[in-house]
Write a protein that binds this ligand. Sequence first.
Ligand SMILES: [Ca+2]
Ligand SMILES: [Ca+2]
Ligand SMILES: [Ca+2]
Ligand SMILES: [Zn+2]
Length: 421
Amino acid sequence: MRKHRAFPQILVAVAVLGSLFAGSAVRAGAEGNPAIDPPPGDISFDGIGPVLTGGDGASASELLIDNFSSAGYAVRWASTAVPVRFCTVQANRPSSLTAEQFRDGVRLAAAMWNGIEAAVGVTYAGDCITTRIDMDNRVNEIGWDDARDLVVGTQAGLTRGTWLTTYSGREFVEADIVLEPLRLPEACFRTVVAHEMGHAIGFGHSDTRSDLMYPSFTLSDLSTCRPTASAYEAQWLASLYGVNHRPQVTAMADREAVPGSSVSITAQATDLDGDSLTFEWRQTGGSSVSLQSDGATATATAPASGSVTLEVAAVDRYLKRGVASVILRAGVATTPAPTTPATGSFVGAIAASGMTLTQWAGGSVTSPSTASGTVRSIWVTRNGAAVGFIVGAPDFVNQPFLNLFPGGVLAAGSFVMVVTG
Ligand SMILES: [Ca+2]
Ligand SMILES: [Ca+2]
Ligand SMILES: [Ca+2]
Ligand SMILES: [Zn+2]
């Protein structure tokens, strides 16, 4: 039985904090600020006990977010607020982490939570317009501790959430994540972000070591910096928000095409929940080719050689993604497939019965067409001898003619004798 450790919540008036520190200078570090060496031993992600603050005057005892028990006070985002949008504030980022590594950590955490089939999703919007975390601006920021010193002791970060109680329960209105600028292995940094994001979508702490929402990690055992939520946590998220499935998507079979030619590829997708879907196409392998997409259909240029891999994702409103790929290979420049020669015809009128000397208008003698009569045979002269094609006769009978004119195709303008009847 999983239990949540409940500790008294210390309420902090966010508005007061905001006014207290509104004037403090924030050093915007393109290069980042010096990183703080982490403390030895266990590092708590964000302190022990409940981490969320009510925005509606709820009492301390009501603020215990006991999400791992059946009798907890859950806080969640209203479905109209999903996907939950986060942006990053780069100010005060430690020098041990590049701006892009910071963004990658957030991107991966969002993708990890979105991978769970629950009716909640997280979208990462890139860097915030603002350069300072504001706890009361209705923008969900992820950034670094500053002169306010919100993260203290052996904590790596904190999540400050506010919610309002509505007829359907407690609904978040904002959740900000403040990180201490610690010098951490990238895997542990990513875990901290994923853990805090977990709080920001409604998780409390778990007392199970193998859960992402366990309250602490230790640098002496990097396996405690786990990249994903556990199966149990996935289940819990689905019970908080309801299940929502990722779309099922299939692309066309692998293709081979003449180098440089334009190839159209179509994906088919379904969603068990009936969500409307958008499609994202990208190239995941091979030398770069042009790729243009319009919904479920994409047009790519076949590579000059080798093959390229294209991936299509069908994405629903909760950012659940179904993915399929298709390989596009450079084919040999194909010779046109042999085609049935066009019906042949004569120049001018042909007698309904008898012999007519005329000219061939083009096409094959194997299916001659005339306005009158039935063509019995067609004759040409070669080296003073007549060579005939008997319509409807077996090939061996007509072999001498077909040897001269493969497929029975006679050049337009050739003089022929036609026998009809
Ligand atoms: Ca904010
Ligand atoms: Ca601090
Ligand atoms: Ca769905
Ligand atoms: Zn935590």
